[in-house]
Design a protein around this ligand. Structure first.
Ligand SMILES: C[S@@+](CC[C@H](N)C(=O)[O-])C[C@H]1O[C@@H](n2cnc3c(N)ncnc32)[C@H](O)[C@@H]1O
Length: 221
């Protein structure tokens, strides 16, 4: 508990964590380039980022894009925030909010890419619209993404994988859809799917689970 409270204090003091109570929290929408990153590079989001492995590792490889990890759990964001500070990754931010609220923080077209690594599977039928790849969430993503924007999704959960694939295949504006039941097997091994492993991914791999992967352009270019 003390560790958690210390992490919350650190987040409150860190410039790279944007959360309720900080000035940018209510003014950043549409202003990420000018008010935070001080450049107009494309923006990549990692949704339900936990410790922010994609945000940190992609940012270290690619200084020409801006990266924002988003999660509602501050103690998890702390880890990514701390690593970004240690590695002096100035093109990284962490936003503490619910994904349902994304439109409070991003203007139409402000985001170019979205990663969704290992979202909660939400297996109950009554929770279907809480799945991060359900049509209501895709509509939110569409409203903040630029045309041609890419969506990347990974899961260990077969039902969520099939559900997500069906939902995406039914979207008229989805293009260049690619999927695999096991991103570490076969001739189609993609660096983008395998180069970064999150905490949950490592746990699932250790349990002998296969990692399913989908990418597509969510809005036609
Ligand atoms: C299963 S964990 C995966 C974490 C990380 N992506 C990984 O692969 O290690 C799901 C994460 O999504 C976050 N999350 C779930 N629903 C959310 C929501 N509606 N808004 C923001 N974050 C959410 C949780 O706090 C948790 O950190």
């Amino acid at each position: 508990m003390r560790k958690k409270l210390q992490r919350f204090k650190d987040n409150a003091a860190s410039n790279n964590v944007i959360e309720e109570g900080k000035p940018l929290y209510s003014t950043i929408k549409g202003q990420w380039g000018t008010d935070y990153f001080q450049n107009n590079h494309p923006i990549t989001l990692e949704l339900g980022c936990g410790y922010g492995e994609y945000t940190i590792q992609l940012a270290a490889l690619c200084p020409a894009k801006n990266y924002i990890g988003i999660d509602l759990k501050g103690a998890r964001l702390w880890k990514g925030s701390t690593l970004a500070l240690e590695q002096q990754l100035q093109h990284v931010a962490f936003l503490r909010t619910r994904i349902e609220q994304l439109e409070q923080f991003f203007s139409p077209g402000e985001v170019q890419e979205i990663y969704i690594p290992f979202p909660d599977p939400r297996p109950k039928k009554s929770d279907i619209n809480k799945r991060l790849t359900s049509p209501p969430f895709l509509d939110i993503y569409r409203r903040i993404m630029s045309p041609g924007g890419w969506l990347y999704f990974k899961t260990d959960d077969l039902d969520l994988f099939h559900y997500t694939l069906e939902v995406l295949q039914a979207q008229p504006d989805v293009q260049r859809l690619f999927h695999t039941h096991d991103c570490y097997q076969g001739s189609n091994i993609l660096g983008e799917a395998t180069n970064v492993q999150t905490k949950y991914e490592m746990m699932f791999i250790n349990q002998g689970k296969t990692i399913k992967y989908i990418h597509c352009q969510l809005r036609s270019a």
